[in-house]
Design a protein around this ligand. Structure first.
Ligand SMILES: Nc1ncnc2c1ncn2[C@@H]1O[C@H](COP(=O)(O)OP(=O)(O)OP(=O)(O)O)[C@@H](O)[C@H]1O
Ligand SMILES: [Mg+2]
Length: 318
C-alpha cells in the first residue's frame, strides 16, 4: 500500500472580496498517484493547488506532506517536495530559452554541470534545439509553455503539480508532455497532480480524479469507478449540415433520453442508454432526412458526462 503523500483536511479559501473559492476540501493523494483535478472555469482548481504549493495561504484547514509535515506551519518544506507549473506563466522575456531552464535547475540546488546536463536533455526531448539560444520574447505561445514545462521538470521533486499544461500545445507536443509525465511517474514514482480541461486525455493518464465545482468536491475516485456510476450510458452526437442549423427538435415525444441539448447551433447531444441509441437515431432521421446530417458519433461516457450527472453546469468542463 502506497503512503499518503498529500493529506488535505477541510481546506477553505475565502478571498478578500469574500469569494469562497475552496469550501471544505478534503483529499488524500497517495505516492505515485496521477491525480486529476477537473472542473469548470472558476471552480477553484488553481486556488486549491496554489495552496498546496505554498503560494497561497488557506483561510482554514490543514495540509500535510509525506505523513506528518505540516506545510502551513512550516512552508519552507514545500520547495523540497514540489515542482509547480502554473497556469499564469512567469515570462522571462529577456532571457534565452536554455537559461530559463538552466537557472531554474540552479535555484533548485543542482550543480552547474548537472543543471546543464538536464537542460540539454530536456531541450532535446522537446525539440527546442533550434530555439535554445532565442530570447523568450521571440518564442511562440506554445514554445513558451514548453519552456515552462521543462522548468518544472528540471531537478524534479517528488510531487509535480501542473495547472493546465497542455492548453495551446499542438497534438505532438501534447503527447510528449503526457509521455514524459508517465515516464516520471513510472521511473521515479513521482506523484502528479494535473489540472486539465481535456477530459478525454485526462481519462487516459490519471488513475484518480476529483471533480470540483463551486469550491467543493462533487465526485472522487478512479475514472472507471466514476464512470461505472453512469451504468451503460452513452452519448449520441448529431451534426447537422450548416443550412439546417436552425432545426429545432422536439424531444418530448422520444422516450429513453436522459438528457438532450444543443451544444451549439446544429450540434445536438443526447445522453441515453446504450440499447436505445438505435431508437433515438431512427427517430431523429424520421424527423429530418439523412441528407441533412453532416456527421454523427456514438461515444461511451466520459468524465465530462460524470461531471454533468453529478450536477455540474450544463456547458460542461470546457
Ligand atoms: N486573487 C483572487 N482574488 C479574488 N478572487 C479570486 C482570486 N483568484 C481567483 N478568484 C476567484 O476564485 C474563484 C476560483 O478561481 P480559480 O482560479 O481557483 O478557478 P479555476 O477552477 O482554476 O478556474 P479556471 O479553469 O478558469 O482556471 C473564482 O470565482 C475566481 O474569480
Ligand atoms: Mg485555474
Amino acid at each position: 500500500m502506497s503512503k499518503t503523500m498529500i493529506k488535505v483536511k477541510n481546506l477553505r479559501k475565502v478571498y478578500e472580496n469574500l469569494v469562497v473559492a475552496n469550501d471544505g476540501i478534503s483529499i488524500d493523494i497517495k505516492q505515485g498517484d496521477i491525480f486529476g483535478l477537473l472542473g469548470p472555469n472558476g471552480a477553484g482548481k488553481t486556488t486549491f493547488i496554489r495552496q498546496i504549493s505554498g503560494l497561497l495561504k488557506p483561510t482554514e484547514g490543514e495540509i500535510y506532506f509525506d505523513g506528518d509535515k505540516d506545510i502551513i506551519k512550516n512552508p519552507e518544506v514545500v520547495t523540497e517536495y514540489i515542482s509547480y507549473y502554473g497556469q499564469r506563466l512567469l515570462i522571462l522575456d529577456s532571457h534565452r530559452t536554455w537559461e530559463v531552464v538552466y537557472y531554474t535547475g540552479i535555484f533548485r540546488g543542482l550543480s552547474k554541470e548537472e543543471s546543464l546536463r538536464q537542460t540539454e536533455l530536456l531541450i532535446d526531448i522537446f525539440n527546442l534545439t533550434e530555439s535554445r539560444n532565442k530570447l523568450m520574447s521571440k518564442l511562440s505561445g506554445g514554445q513558451k509553455k514548453l519552456v515552462g514545462i521543462m522548468s518544472s521538470l528540471i531537478a524534479l521533486r517528488p510531487i509535480l503539480i501542473l495547472d493546465e499544461p497542455t492548453n495551446d500545445l499542438d497534438p505532438e507536443n501534447r503527447k510528449k508532455v503526457w509521455d514524459i509525465l508517465n515516464y516520471a511517474n513510472e521511473k521515479f514514482n513521482t506523484t502528479i497532480i494535473l489540472v486539465t480541461h481535456n477530459v478525454l486525455e485526462a481519462d487516459q493518464i490519471v488513475n484518480k480524479v476529483a471533480i470540483i465545482d463551486e469550491g467543493k468536491i462533487i465526485g472522487m475516485g478512479s475514472p472507471a469507478e466514476l464512470k461505472s456510476k453512469l451504468g451503460d450510458q452513452v452519448r449520441l452526437e448529431i451534426y447537422l449540415k450548416e443550412q439546417y442549423n436552425s432545426y429545432n427538435f422536439n424531444f418530448s415525444e422520444i422516450g429513453g433520453i436522459v438528457e438532450s441539448y444543443e451544444i451549439k447551433p446544429g450540434v445536438w447531444r443526447f445522453l441515453t442508454k446504450k440499447g436505445l441509441v438505435h431508437h433515438i437515431f431512427t427517430h431523429v432521421v424520421s424527423k429530418i432526412s439523412l441528407d441533412q446530417i453532416e456527421d454523427f458519433r456514438i461515444i461511451t461516457c466520459t468524465l465530462e458526462d460524470v461531471y454533468l450527472a453529478l450536477g455540474g453546469v450544463k456547458d460542461g468542463i470546457k
